[in-house]
Write a protein that binds this ligand. Structure first.
Ligand code: SF4
Length: 71
């Protein structure tokens, strides 16, 4: 467990557990570049892409929902 990693509290983190029980933290905000790799070296202490899981779960602050365009 990466207790001191920002990823543990980030809404973009997805936990991957291998068949052998190894645990990896995948970044769903990854760009593929060095700044946001898909599997960031742990622990991550500073990250420009970090967004609290609680904030992500709460949704947009203005109450708008995406993808609900009328026609
Ligand atoms: S955005 Fe940053 S803190 Fe969040 S999962 Fe990706 S690397 Fe970790």
């Amino acid at each position: 467990m990466f207790r001191h990693s920002l990823c543990e509290q980030c809404g973009y983190m997805r936990e991957i557990v291998s068949g052998k029980g190894s645990r990896f933290l995948m970044c769903q905000r990854a760009t593929g570049g060095a700044a946001l790799p898909k599997y960031p070296p742990q622990p991550v202490l500073v990250c420009a892409g970090f967004e609290s899981r609680q904030v992500r779960d709460a949704g947009p602050a203005d109450g708008n929902e995406s993808g609900a365009a009328g026609g």
